[in-house]
Design a protein. Structure first.
Length: 229
């Protein structure tokens, strides 16, 4: 794992571009800018036949998620087996990330903006989606008291390709599990998970404990990402 702590926004983007320049199967595309003029990027990783979607950085104070995704993009070229084509939006809220705030620079929670959004960041994501995804994964951090990893799954979610219980079981070999491992709760209106349900895309939300030190949180989320491959 190369990135062990939070790096600032400018350094993050420089690393993304460098990874793309050093790899034939990592494509980084600038899709537009945040309200404060920070660029937002879509990353495409070439692999297998089926397409999956990975997003992180909705909440700017959940810093381990974008760093785990950056490590994964960096390590992609080293994988001997690449079972999926992967679309990533690694840092959806660059203003919040740079300022350490949950909301964007308009004080809006971007993970409630997937229905009738007014926010440019989510408009850019939606404009750059291929809806033919077999699954989507959203990376977050639980900033309240939480003793380990857990994921959230829609009660009506079904898929033959991914088994949330098996994913949690693999993660439990190395990390503690909280809240029974899988929380099947009602989707929040306008959330990414609700958007996935409306478009019949199976989705999971991964959460790391925000009280852990940063390196361990990054390692956990990176490990959880590999658990789905």
């Amino acid at each position: 794992m190369k990135y062990l702590r939070k790096i600032d926004y400018d350094s993050y983007i420089l690393e993304l571009i460098k990874i793309s320049e050093d790899s034939n199967n990592v494509l980084v595309k600038n899709i537009g800018s945040s309200p404060k003029g920070r660029d937002i990027f879509k990353v495409s990783l070439d692999g297998g036949y089926d397409n999956i979607l990975i997003v992180s950085g909705h909440h700017g104070d959940e810093i381990a998620a974008p760093m785990a995704i950056l490590n994964f993009i960096h390590e992609w070229k080293l994988l001997s087996e690449k079972p999926f084509n992967i679309t990533l939006f690694p840092l959806i809220n660059p203003d919040g990330y740079e300022n350490g705030t949950r909301e964007n620079s308009n004080s809006i929670d971007l993970n409630r903006q997937y229905s009738n959004t007014t926010e440019v960041e989510i408009k850019l994501v939606l404009e750059n989606l291929n809806i033919n995804y077999i699954a989507a994964f959203d990376f977050h951090e639980a900033l309240d008291e939480c003793a380990g990893f857990f994921c959230c799954e829609s009660p009506q979610a079904t898929t033959d390709l991914f088994d949330s219980e098996s994913i949690v079981s693999r993660i439990s070999i190395k990390y503690p599990i909280a809240r029974g491992g899988i929380v099947r709760n009602k989707n929040k209106e306008g959330s990414f998970r609700n958007f996935c349900d409306e478009n019949e895309i199976y989705s999971l939300t991964f959460e790391s404990p925000g009280q852990w030190e940063i390196r361990r949180r990054i390692e956990l989320l990176l490990f959880s990402l590999y658990s789905i491959l």
